[in-house]
Design a protein around this ligand. Structure first.
Ligand SMILES: Nc1ncnc2c1ncn2[C@@H]1O[C@H](COP(=O)(O)OP(=O)(O)OP(=O)(O)O)[C@@H](O)[C@H]1O
Ligand SMILES: [Mg+2]
Length: 386
C-alpha cells in the first residue's frame, strides 16, 4: 500500500507548497542582496489555514540553505528572552567570545564583590541587541555575506512591550547596516490593528508600517490541479488531468483544503488510479474535517454575541448587508459595527467588495454555521447563563 503524501495538519509542511513561488523568490533575492533589503522585514499575512506557518518554515529553510542563521519563534510571552537565548547559543556555536562575561570579570577585579553589571542591567532586551550584534560580527568574520533571520509566528498575539522592544532593536540593527531579517506572520486585520494600536509610539509604528506585506491569498486552481497530479504520481499512484481538476475545484484554492481533499481522496482507494468516485467521497470527508479543525476552534474562541452575528450572516447566500443584520439582530448600527469590527480583526469576516456588505473570510464557514446553527445557539444560551 502506498504511503499517503498529504499533510492535513496545522504547521505541517505540504508535499508541494502551491502558488507561493513569487513570494519566495522575493525573499531569495533579499537574501542575496543582504543588509538593507526591504523584503528582509516583512509581515506574512493570511486567513487561518492560508499557510502562514508553513510559509515561515519554507522561508527559514531557504535562508539556512544560503548559510544564514535562522531562529524560529512564536509571539507568546517571554519572546525576547527566548530569542536572546537562541541567538547566544548560535554565537557560542560560532566560537565567538561572550562580551558580557568579559565586562563582568572586569568589575570583579575592581573588588566590587558581586556582579554589579548584572544587577544594574536586569532587562533582557538590551542583551538581545548586543547578542545579535556579536553574532553578526562573528558571521562577518566567517563569510561576511549572510546574517540572521528571525521568524515570529502569530505576531498579532504579542504583548505590546515586547513588540516595542523588538521593533526598536531591529530598527537599530538595520540602521547599523547589520544583516538581520525579521519575518512575522499573523491574521491580516489583527496585524494592521496591532500596528494602529501602536500609533502613540510613532517611531515604532512607522517602522512597522513600512514593513513589506506578503498576503497569502487563495491559490490559482490550475496550480492546485498541477500539484495534485505531481503529488499523486510521486506518491506512486496516478490521476487524470480531469480528476485532478475535480480535486482542485473541491478546494476552492484554500490551502488547508488542498491537504484535506488530497488526504481523504487518497484514503478512499489507497492504491491504483484516483477516480472521480474517490474525489466525491474524499471531498465530503474533507469538508467535515475542515469544520472540526478550523471552524469549530475558531468559533470557540469567540463570544456568544460574535457567534450570533455570524449565524445571522449565514442566512444569506452571498455577502450580508449591514442593514439586514441590524434588522435580524434588532440592534443599533453602533452595536452592529462594534461586533463587525471585532469579527474582522479575528479573521472571521471581511468587508465585501459590495458597499455596505460583509462576507465570510473562511471558506465553507457559511455551510458549517447553517449545519450547526441549533447547536451554536444552544451554546450561546449556555454562555448567557454562565
Ligand atoms: N501553499 C500551500 N500549498 C499546499 N498546502 C498548503 C499550503 N499552505 C499551507 N498548506 C497546508 O495547509 C495547512 C495549514 O497550513 P498552516 O498551518 O501553515 O496555516 P496557517 O495560516 O499558519 O494557519 P493558522 O492561522 O491556523 O495558524 C497545512 O496542512 C499545510 O500543509
Ligand atoms: Mg499558523
Amino acid at each position: 500500500m502506498s504511503r499517503n503524501p498529504f499533510k492535513p495538519t496545522a504547521g505541517a509542511t505540504p508535499p508541494v507548497l502551491v502558488g507561493r513561488e513569487p513570494a519566495l523568490e522575493e525573499l531569495d533575492e533579499a537574501l542575496d542582496d543582504g543588509a538593507g533589503s526591504p523584503y528582509l522585514l516583512q509581515f506574512v499575512t493570511g486567513a487561518r489555514g492560508a499557510g502562514k506557518t508553513v510559509m515561515l518554515t519554507e522561508m527559514g529553510r531557504r535562508a539556512r540553505e544560503r548559510g544564514w542563521i535562522v531562529v524560529d519563534e512564536t509571539a507568546t510571552p517571554g519572546l525576547l528572552t527566548r530569542l536572546t537565548r537562541a541567538v547566544r547559543h548560535h554565537r557560542e556555536q560560532l566560537g565567538s567570545p561572550d562580551r558580557s562575561r568579559i565586562s563582568g570579570v572586569g568589575l570583579n577585579i575592581l573588588g566590587t564583590g558581586g556582579d554589579v553589571r548584572m544587577e544594574g542591567a536586569p532587562r533582557e532586551a538590551p542583551d538581545l541587541r548586543d547578542e545579535i550584534g556579536a553574532l553578526c560580527d562573528a558571521m562577518d568574520r566567517h563569510d561576511g555575506e549572510t546574517g540572521l533571520i528571525i521568524t515570529v509566528d502569530e505576531i498579532h498575539t504579542i504583548r505590546q512591550e515586547e513588540l516595542d522592544e523588538l521593533a526598536a532593536i531591529i530598527q537599530h540593527l538595520i540602521r547599523e547596516d547589520r544583516s538581520v531579517g525579521l519575518l512575522m506572520a499573523g491574521i491580516p486585520q489583527a496585524v494592521e490593528q496591532m500596528i494602529a494600536d501602536n500609533a502613540q509610539r510613532p517611531k515604532v509604528s512607522t517602522f512597522l508600517r513600512r514593513a513589506e506585506r506578503t498576503v497569502l491569498e487563495h491559490v490559482p486552481l490550475a496550480d492546485v490541479a498541477a500539484a495534485f497530479q505531481q503529488t499523486i504520481s510521486e506518491g506512486g499512484r496516478s490521476i487524470s488531468e480531469e480528476v485532478a481538476w475535480e480535486c482542485a475545484r473541491a478546494t476552492s484554492g484554500y490551502p488547508f483544503m488542498i491537504q484535506l481533499v488530497g488526504f481523504h481522496t487518497w484514503r478512499v482507494g489507497r492504491e491504483g488510479p484516483v477516480t472521480r468516485e474517490h474525489v466525491t467521497q474524499g471531498r465530503a470527508k474533507a469538508r467535515k474535517r475542515l469544520g472540526e479543525l478550523v471552524h469549530a476552534p475558531a468559533l470557540r474562541d469567540l463570544s456568544a454575541v460574535d457567534r450570533t452575528f455570524l449565524t445571522h450572516m449565514s442566512v444569506d447566500d452571498g455577502p450580508s448587508r449591514y442593514a439586514d443584520l441590524r434588522t435580524r439582530m434588532g440592534e443599533t448600527p453602533n452595536y452592529i459595527s462594534v461586533y463587525r469590527d471585532r469579527l474582522i480583526r479575528a479573521g472571521m469576516i471581511q468587508p465585501s467588495a459590495v458597499h455596505g456588505h460583509v462576507e465570510f473570510a473562511l471558506p465553507e464557514l457559511r455551510g458549517y454555521l447553517r449545519e450547526h446553527a441549533a447547536q451554536l445557539v444552544a451554546e450561546v444560551n449556555e454562555d448567557d447563563q454562565g
